[in-house]
Write a protein that binds this ligand. Structure first.
Ligand SMILES: Cc1cc2nc3c(=O)[nH]c(=O)nc-3n(C[C@H](O)[C@H](O)[C@H](O)COP(=O)(O)O)c2cc1C
Length: 340
């Protein structure tokens, strides 16, 4: 019998779907979610996901092989839908018989869901609206992740609390839905599970785990930060689109604002055409997550973090983080019975 019987009961559908002990995913984080963190999560009973991000097919191939050497439990691969080599990356996951593929970063292009299902893998997708979620389920998606704006990394405009109220009553009975964004403790997990979620996905809480290869200065920035330090990037000028990213504010985020103002002024002065201006904005953060995660440049790099960073105060092994989450979740569910 599980040490967390109520939690296990509420997670049963999600855990069965993932093939893991608990329906706790560690969302893919570029540069962070590589073989060590992914295998540690899966070995601890959660579900790790390799972040493919900007990887070439050859790098992904090597990463899957290396992860398999560290765990015999299931894990997933996250592919970014606008990656120019998406078809080749899917072929790599097929060759390795990866059990779960997460399609992130936009609407899956035609044929991609079918190509993944064709080799027997399950497909997880993101959707910003219920209508699109239903469409993706009709196209063969096996599960949905709803991710609120509290999350670290690229974000949508709506909070997890509101998305959960919209999506879970509408979809969770008939479909597998995981909730992500802003989850730092088990009490929050308990609430979403009670609302019908099949499981949860966390990123920020795991990014600074012992097994994470993130630079010690990246982790220290997490331990120091409060929730309010994890801010969404701001768009200064309507002509210069900025994809919202939540990261710790630092010199880089200040300089990004100044850069946008300077570029907008250059357009007004006729010194830059629109395409060149937009490219300057787009390129500002190129390589910035790597600089923060790998090189430890937490001043000018992009220290992507969700608001739950305020709850991350020390470096803990993945197994301890998962045990803490489960203990908190179970205690919260136990308390419900006392009220009844
Ligand atoms: C440092 C960092 C990098 C991330 N990179 C990616 C990514 O490459 N692909 C992706 O789908 N999500 C990415 N995310 C989002 C996570 O997978 C996860 O959904 C999110 O962190 C969950 O919210 P939380 O941060 O509040 O726990 C990233 C998040 C962080 C903190």
């Amino acid at each position: 019998m599980s040490a967390y019987p109520k939690t296990a009961a509420l997670m049963a559908r999600g855990a069965e779907f993932l093939g893991s002990e608990f329906a706790i995913l560690c969302g893919a984080m570029s540069w962070v979610s590589e073989r060590h963190l992914v295998s540690a999560i899966s070995n601890a009973g959660g579900f790790g996901v390799i972040a493919c991000g900007a990887m070439t097919p050859a790098l992904l191939d090597a990463e899957i092989t290396a992860t398999r050497a560290l765990t015999d439990r299931p894990f997933g691969v996250n592919l970014i839908t606008m990656h120019p080599m998406l078809t080749d990356l899917i072929a790599v996951t097929a060759r390795h018989r990866v059990s779960h593929v997460v399609l992130a970063g936009g609407i899956p292009p035609k044929g991609s869901i079918e190509a993944i299902r064709a080799f027997g893998a399950k497909v997880l997708v993101f959707a910003p609206t219920i209508a699109l979620a239903r469409k993706l389920f009709r196209s063969g998606a096996d599960a949905l992740v709803i991710e609120g704006s509290e999350a670290g990394g690229h974000i949508g405009p709506v909070s997890t609390g509101v998305l959960a109220q919209e999506f879970l009553p509408a979809l969770a009975q008939d479909h597998i839905v995981f909730v992500a964004g802003g989850i730092g403790r088990g009490e929050a997990m308990a609430s979403y599970l009670e609302m019908g979620a099949a499981g949860v996905q966390l990123g920020t809480r795991f990014a600074a785990a012992t097994e994470s290869i993130a630079h010690p200065d990246f982790k220290k920035a997490f331990f120091r930060a409060n929730a309010r330090d994890a801010v969404a990037s701001v768009q200064v000028d309507p002509r210069l689109p900025v994809i919202p990213v939540r990261a710790l504010k630092n010199k880089g985020t200040e300089e990004f604002t100044a850069k946008q103002i300077a570029v907008a002024q250059a357009i007004d002065a006729g010194q830059l055409d629109m395409a060149a201006a937009q490219l300057e904005i787009e390129h500002f953060w190129a390589g910035a997550l790597r600089r923060a995660v790998i090189d430890g440049d937490v001043e000018r790099g992009s220290v992507m973090a969700g608001q739950s960073v305020g709850l991350v105060t020390d470096e803990l092994p993945v197994a301890t983080i998962i045990a803490n989450l489960l203990t908190e979740c179970e205690a919260a569910l136990d308390k419900r019975r006392l009220v009844a």
